[in-house]
Design a protein around this ligand. Structure first.
Ligand SMILES: Cc1cc2nc3c(=O)[nH]c(=O)nc-3n(C[C@H](O)[C@H](O)[C@H](O)COP(=O)(O)O)c2cc1C
Length: 199
């Protein structure tokens, strides 16, 4: 695992180890590991336990569907994601199953499912890189996503590769120090902007 989070407070190793590399090994991911990833997503929490997520994925050996998935990504992501053995879309259902009303937490819950999947990937020595850079309209048309659902993100999954295989520009981004806002800027107590004492 490279590029560990340099945190101000101790983290569980799984969280410290998770990162979003661009260098992927082309080796395929075992079917059982793929099942474990989606099983992890399945056990995410959700509003009303509605589980409003869906995943559409393609593995590299499924050449037609993999190419369709790749074609949905913006060119800047295609450059590195085309090596990843698994590409997918995270989709959120728009309405609750129990009453058909709009689910204001659908995307939140789909994000939680994706985050859970990504941590499971880390535990399996895999890496995952989520992407907002994809053409949602194209994804909807390509994969027959119904009106009642909305693709929120794309994701590349696989084993980590060598950053030396990337272009010099991407290598620089890949090897750059990871940074985060301090807790003081987003953990408040009492009122907005009042930083929590422990931060
Ligand atoms: C919803 C979402 C969209 C993202 N979109 C892209 C993207 O289109 N291209 C890309 O290279 N990285 C993308 N990323 C990765 C972020 O840039 C990355 O998570 C962030 O820089 C923090 O780095 P880390 O994940 O290694 O901690 C995205 C991440 C998320 C969660």
């Amino acid at each position: 695992m490279k590029n560990l989070a340099v945190s101000d407070h101790e983290l569980h190793p799984l969280i410290a180890q998770r990162w979003s590399p661009r260098a992927f090994d082309s080796r395929l991911v075992e079917a059982e590991k793929l099942a474990q990833l989606f099983e992890a997503a399945r056990w995410a929490s959700s509003c009303f336990n509605d589980q409003p997520w869906a995943f559409i994925f393609a593995t590299k050996d499924d050449t037609v569907n993999y190419q369709k998935m790749l074609d949905c990504l913006v060119p800047a992501n295609v450059v590195w994601a085309q090596v990843a053995p698994v590409l997918g879309l995270v989709v959120a259902q728009k309405n609750f199953k129990h009453n058909g009303k709009p689910n204001a937490w659908g995307e939140y819950d789909a994000g939680q499912a994706a985050a859970t999947l990504v941590l499971q990937a880390t535990a399996l020595n895999l890496v995952a890189h989520q992407m907002g850079g994809f053409d949602a309209a194209k994804a909807i048309a390509t994969f027959n996503i119904p009106e009642t659902a909305h693709p929120v993100a794309a994701i590349a999954i696989g084993y980590e590769g060598n950053s030396s295989d990337l272009s010099p520009e991407l290598q620089e981004r890949e090897n750059a120090a990871r940074s985060r806002q301090p807790l003081t800027s987003f953990v408040f107590t009492g009122e907005w902007g009042n930083s929590a004492p422990f931060s």
